[in-house]
Design a protein around this ligand. Structure first.
Ligand code: NOJ
Length: 747
């Protein structure tokens, strides 16, 4: 491009930039995997003694009973050295019983590996991952994973199938609840924190478990948001948007990866050498153990790439898979595949090595058993519960608060708690609730009663269940609201609506819940909406009409207490949305870091990018969230205005709590690369900091951005950092005009 033209275009974009919001990304902390030669020596010695059937046994993972017990068949297989790992078997006693057979009765005494989905807590439940991500509090996220690890390991679990680090830009997809939302930068930071929380730097310890980065890759981009559906996208987008959170887990030393159910550009992940050989092994130099998802080897036949069972096993192993979860094709056909030279012994040995390495790294050969006394002391102890309450509070996002409807005055005499979800223990824990028990959870109703004691009358009416087809309970609920001074109206999804295999095409309030809200609204009495859900919801009517909305996701064991703390002002909500809330399903996919178009929106010009029947803007943008107090940003300073391609820039800003309550604000730094060889997003998050400030307190925050994190993948998939002008916005939401400046990366 001619220099003069480039200058003009840059100038134009800078002008636009100052009238539009913007921005960032960074981090990749190196964690070299040191070759543990002692372990490798032991692996080789063991491998030399293994028969083929025993090798294949290490590559098999089988499911336990739903209640955590092993199956009778497992004992037999373990005794014969034919079962390397299980999933769902848990509890010190259960796991020890099975382990004892493997360690004492099998020929080679190889310990078993016990895996479990410890997604947001083992017995003490924390908010669902999407909710926890709304805290933007990396230390807190790391700590909840650590507590989950402590509890799980004490119960004989060595390996969690978490974190799920799939970027999800489609709220129809029910598993959006399990991840960190839509953004690659935030998602990568959270991925790193979660792996560190589970594993620490040494997962042989009795308070750590091995983590599993899942689902590699692009599972969150299932077409039309329908779970398990195919994915089709450019390698560039894969590398730039979907891969970095996985790379962050590698940087954190993640011990394992899981395949995704989907195919990518026609190749199922479970048979995809590009993912496993090229990316994971060659480019990222990771020796992480690779497990398939549940029966995913078998599904290769349905994907239409495997002729039969043996072919499916061949494809998976040759693509770089180590462990087959639940289906048994590798075991059944491994020998024949070797004989027919469709599979090499080296491939099998390599997979077995990967399994054994993890077993050594976990310290299972020295300490195969769980300690039941420790388990007793760990599960749901007071410290864990306390932390669950804190982390729940941090996850709440105040979406609306007109005329200071919230917090509710503690002197209020008659409180109505309305909505089935507010009184239902099962719905507090959220989906994928590990070994969490309904009876441990505190409901909203209980939380409010705990908070107010005898000082107020607290009454409950369900109205309808979450599906809300039957409205026969509405009258009672409305009467209660009318007769009370304030109504806490809890609406949303139940835990089965945003989870695996729970895609929805209508993401509004389910059933006739909105009718209930409208009727309570019509009473004219004060009320606040408490939302429970695992995905963004299209709640336009609430956003327009309800005086206050508190998004609480599914907040875990201490949900009710944390919600009451927040509603009555003992805590101040400071969460920020990790995902965009659309106005309608028709806007999907909608995410903040979109590319510019050649015809950006202009109200007066029909031939610009827009809808006839909806604004382009979301209902609530990424990064958005209110507080009971107010914050002001000022004094934006850049350490310099030019940096080299290896340089870095320090950005500082003063944050002041200008209101009357203590609170937390998340300072967000977005950048825009104005002119590049490829179109770049209008804004990209590249840094953030959660700041807790007392009323009236002011503090300087400094965020560093590195030029090397401002690059992108070129049309030929090379990572490039280009010189040129960048815009920078520091604000408190992705749509915040914030404070702006520019800087340049120079040659
Ligand atoms: C299927 C899910 O996709 C995966 O995330 C989970 O870890 C496995 N089942 C095991 O429960």
């Amino acid at each position: 491009m001619k220099t003069s033209l480039k200058i003009i275009l840059t100038g134009l974009l800078i002008c636009l930039f100052f009238t539009n919001p913007t921005f960032v990304f960074a981090q990749q902390k190196a964690r070299p995997t040191s070759k543990q030669s002692e372990i490798e020596r032991k692996i080789n010695a063991l491998l030399a003694r293994m028969m083929l059937a025993e090798k294949l046994g290490q590559l098999q993972q089988l499911d336990g009973e739903a209640n955590g017990k092993y199956r009778p068949e497992h004992l037999e297989l373990a005794r014969n050295g034919l079962l390397g790992s299980t999933l769902n078997v848990r509890g010190a006693d259960q796991s020890n019983e099975l382990q004892k057979v493997a360690v004492e009765q099998s020929r080679l005494k190889i310990p078993m590996l016990f895996a479990f989905d410890v997604i947001h807590g083992y017995r003490t439940m924390f908010p669902i991952p999407l909710g926890e991500s709304a805290s933007w509090d990396l230390a807190s996220i790391e700590k909840s994973a650590y507590i989950a690890a402590k509890e799980a390991r004490s119960a004989g679990v060595h390996w969690t199938f978490a974190p799920m680090v799939d970027i999800a830009r489609d709220p129809r997809w029910g598993r959006i609840a399990e991840g960190a939302g839509e953004d690659t930068f935030l998602g990568s930071q959270i991925a790193f924190a979660r792996v560190r929380g589970f594993q620490g730097t040494d997962f042989s310890r009795n308070d750590r478990v091995m983590a599993c980065a899942k689902h590699f890759a692009a599972y969150g981009a299932a077409e039309a948001g329908r779970d398990y559906n195919t994915t089709d996208m450019s390698v560039r987008t894969l590398r730039e948007i979907y891969f970095p959170p996985f790379k962050a887990t590698v940087d954190a030393g993640v011990g394992s990866f899981m395949t995704s159910f989907n195919s990518i550009n026609g190749v199922p992940s479970t048979a995809n050498p590009f993912l496993w050989k090229q990316i994971l092994r060659d480019e990222w130099k990771s020796d992480a153990l690779v497990v398939t998802d549940y029966t995913a080897v078998m599904e290769l036949m349905k994907h239409g790439v495997a002729l039969d069972e043996a072919d499916a096993a061949r494809l998976a192993l040759n693509a770089g898979i180590d462990i087959e979860m639940v289906s048994r094709f590798v075991n059944k056909h491994g020998e024949q595949l070797i004989q027919n030279k469709k599979l090499s012994m080296a491939t099998i040995d390599n997979a077995v090595r990967n399994v054994l390495r993890i077993k050594y790294q976990l310290g299972l050969f020295e300490k195969p058993y769980a300690d039941a006394t420790r388990e007793q002391a760990m599960l749901l102890n007071a410290e864990h519960r306390k932390f669950a309450r804190d982390s729940a509070i941090k996850s709440f996002v105040l979406l609306k608060n007109e005329r200071e409807t919230l917090p509710i005055k503690k002197s209020t005499k008659e409180i109505a708690v309305v909505g089935f979800l507010a009184g239902d223990k099962r719905n507090m824990n959220g989906n994928w609730a590990g070994d969490g028990r309904e009876q441990d959870a505190v409901t909203v109703l209980e939380g409010v009663k705990n908070k107010l004691g005898n000082s107020a009358k607290v009454k409950f009416a369900g109205g309808c269940d979450a599906k809300c087809e039957d409205t026969s309970g509405f009258d009672e609920a409305v009467k209660l609201a009318r007769d009370s001074d304030f109504t806490i109206l809890t609406v949303g999804e139940d835990i089965d609506m945003s989870a695996e295999a729970s895609s929805r095409t209508d993401i509004g309030l389910p059933g006739r819940q909105l009718e209930l809200v409208k009727r309570i609204h019509q009473t004219g009495k004060p009320y606040a909406v408490v939302l429970m859900n695992g995905r963004p919801l299209t709640i336009n009517w609430l956003a327009e009409n309800s005086p206050a909305i508190l998004e609480t996701w599914f907040a875990g064991t201490e949900a009710g207490n944390a919600i009451a703390d927040t509603l009555f002002g003992d805590a101040n909500p400071g969460g920020k949305l990790p995902v965009t809330f659309p106005r309608s399903v028709g806007q999907i996919p909608i995410y903040y870091n979109a590319l510019p178009t050649g015809r950006p929106f202009e109200a007066q010009n029909k031939y610009t990018s827009k809808y006839l029947d909806s604004p382009n803007t979301p209902l609530y943008p990424f990064g958005y969230g209110l507080s009971y107090t107010t914050f002001k940003l000022s004094n934006l300073q850049l350490s310099q205005n030019k940096i080299s391609k290896t340089g870095e820039l320090k950005v500082s800003v003063d944050v002041e709590n200008t209101g009357k309550r203590d609170g937390a604000e998340v300072v967000q730094l977005y950048v825009r690369d104005f002119i590049a060889s490829l179109s770049r997003p209008m804004k990209e998050l590249k840094g953030f900091e959660r700041v807790v400030l007392k009323a009236g307190e002011k503090r300087a925050v400094e965020i560093t951005i590195r030029a090397k994190d401002l690059g992108f993948y070129s049309a030929t998939n090379q990572y490039v950092v280009e010189d040129g002008e960048f815009g920078l916005t520091v604000g408190t939401s992705s749509d915040d005009e914030g404070l702006k400046n520019t800087f340049a990366i120079v040659k």
